[in-house]
Design a protein around this ligand. Structure first.
Ligand SMILES: Nc1ncnc2c1ncn2[C@@H]1O[C@H](COP(=O)(O)OP(=O)(O)OP(=O)(O)O)[C@@H](O)[C@H]1O
Length: 281
């Protein structure tokens, strides 16, 4: 079983000219198991993107460390009792796929060339990488768009290519930094459903950042709420609204569930409290 573990991690950004250092994350502990869809919510500046960048290996912790690995590989766990499974995360790797808010596709390549790009860099032969890219383009509903240039596609379709591209590398984990934030409401809903289908079908670990409480509650198996100054995880909730959605395929019905409404109120209260505290600082 794959697992990502974050062990007592802090991140301090050095002082900019004339300013003080910023403690973006303080003493963060988090375990993400195979099949977890962890969503991070929190007031602006609470360290969500810093946490994602750490998991992606784009930045290093000031204190603490992260591990990622498969407990079924002989030799693991390195330490008993299920802790320290896997290898220390020390930089970016193909085991983690990142989907950004802005898709970051290459405009001179068509859809399938963009999707297979990571495998091409890894030296996978053309037939193999085409077949894998086609498989994931089908999964995101773009099987008829292989030869389109990415700038000919709508924003939602471009994000679908970004998701297919990340999946084509077969990462253990998908990291998504507000991937739906720039989309109109209807496209956003259809991509939420797509992501739940992808999660359900692939059973990959996912770490997802959003500013939308509705989106967080609908998608998450575990919701973490973060607070700023210093950034830390203050609340964690186990949720099953995504399972409810996958059963009934009706997001509006799930969102009308009194439990959903009560959880939304609870989370909004936490976040608004943090925002007011920050404004009063
Ligand atoms: N490269 C950097 N150098 C210095 N400070 C930084 C840097 N990146 C982020 N910060 C600061 O670290 C804190 C956490 O930032 P981060 O972007 O991780 O928060 P966030 O929760 O993702 O915010 P938002 O919701 O606004 O995107 C903020 O105070 C931010 O100003």
């Amino acid at each position: 079983m794959n697992r990502l573990q974050i062990h007592d991690v802090s991140v301090v950004y050095p002082a900019a000219q004339g300013g003080a250092p910023v403690t973006a994350l303080s003493d963060v502990k988090l375990t993400i198991n195979q099949g977890d869809l962890v969503v991070a919510l929190g007031a602006s500046g609470c360290g969500k993107t810093t946490l994602l960048n750490l998991i992606a290996g784009f930045i290093s912790p000031t204190d603490g460390y992260l591990t990622l690995g498969d407990s079924n590989i002989p030799g693991y766990p390195r330490v008993s009792l299920g802790r320290d499974i896997g290898d220390e995360v020390t930089g970016p790797g193909a085991d983690r796929g990142v989907v950004f808010q802005k898709h970051a596709l290459l405009p001179w390549l068509n859809v399938i060339e963009n999707t297979e790009f990571g495998l091409k860099l890894q030296g996978v032969d053309k037939e193999k990488r085409r077949a894998r890219a086609a498989e994931f383009l089908k999964l995101v509903g773009l099987e008829d768009f292989h030869n389109h240039k990415t700038y000919q596609l709508s924003g939602g379709m471009q994000q679908r290519v970004g998701i297919a591209r990340a999946l084509t590398n077969d990462p253990q984990m998908l990291l998504l930094d507000e991937p739906l934030g720039a989309l109109d409401a209807l496209t956003r809903e259809s991509l939420q459903e797509l992501l739940l289908d992808v999660w359900n079908e692939t059973n990959k670990m996912m770490f997802f950042i959003t500013h939308s409480v509705d989106e967080a509650l609908l998608l998450a198996t575990r919701l973490i709420v973060m607070s700023p100054r210093p950034g830390r995880i203050t609340h964690e909730f186990e949720l099953d609204f995504n399972r409810q959605f996958l059963q009934c395929r009706d997001a509006r019905k799930v969102k009308a569930n009194p439990e959903f409404i009560a959880m939304k109120e609870k989370v909004l209260e936490i976040i608004h409290g943090d925002e007011e505290a920050t404004e009063n600082d």
